[in-house]
Design a protein around this ligand. Structure first.
Ligand SMILES: Nc1ncnc2c1ncn2[C@@H]1O[C@H](COP(=O)(O)OP(=O)(O)O)[C@@H](O)[C@H]1O
Ligand SMILES: [Mg+2]
Length: 192
């Protein structure tokens, strides 16, 4: 069992906390917060199930998702290991809401289009977790950026037939993308 110490704490959301791996600063462990009884582990289970599916499928391009390194038992319950998203200077990347507030949405049209294409081309389904505060803007250099989805991968019904047929899956991805644009990018105040 891996012991997670408070000194390795990275950040938390409503449901999960993220700790740096004590032996590898490029890996993080996500665990469900103890007081999060609401959807008990649902999000985590869905995310792990989808990661496994992507591995099975042999996805090679992880440009817009943190890489997945499996499940792990910790003193804070069952967790899973993912790549920590860092900028070229080694800092953990900041979320997209931060940059939208600073620069507006126009600045990031290119990054948004590349990101959208990644999900459509690779047929990767995301859920309602797709929102600017769950996306990190990784700075590969002072001028080259990638958006990375850290929370919102998968679908409650990802084993159902429509998600297995690329035509229907893409239709779902496109519809969810349009909703994301309408809810968050047309109305930036919903991001903060
Ligand atoms: N791969 C990652 N790299 C860097 N930081 C991360 C990563 N995954 C999560 N985090 C940080 O941990 C926080 C909580 O993780 P998240 O998956 O969003 O949990 P929740 O489901 O509770 O919102 C994020 O808001 C982010 O600050
Ligand atoms: Mg989150």
């Amino acid at each position: 069992m891996l012991i997670l110490n408070e000194e390795d704490f990275l950040a938390k959301g409503n449901e999960r906390a993220c700790y740096l791996h004590p032996q590898d600063k490029n890996k993080a462990i996500k665990v469900t917060l103890e007081n999060s009884k609401r959807k008990k582990n649902k999000q985590t289970k869905m995310e792990i199930a989808y990661y496994k599916q992507l591995e099975k499928r042999g996805l090679k391009n992880w440009k817009h998702l943190p890489q997945y390194f499996g499940e792990i038992k910790t003193n804070k319950g069952l967790g899973f290991i993912v790549e920590v998203i860092r900028d070229y200077d080694g800092q953990v990347s900041k979320n997209f809401a931060y940059y939208l507030k600073q620069d507006g949405v126009q600045t990031y049209q290119k990054e948004l289009e590349q990101y959208r294409e990644y999900f459509v081309d690779n047929c990767i389904i995301f859920n309602y977790g797709m929102m600017p505060k769950n996306m990190l803007l990784r700075k590969n250099s002072p001028t080259d950026f990638d958006l990375v989805l850290i929370d919102g991968l998968g679908d409650v019904s990802h084993f159902t037939l429509p998600n297995k047929i690329p035509y229907f899956a893409r239709r779902r991805i496109n519809r969810r993308w349009m909703k994301f644009v309408r809810k968050y990018l047309i109305n930036l105040k919903n991001c903060f």
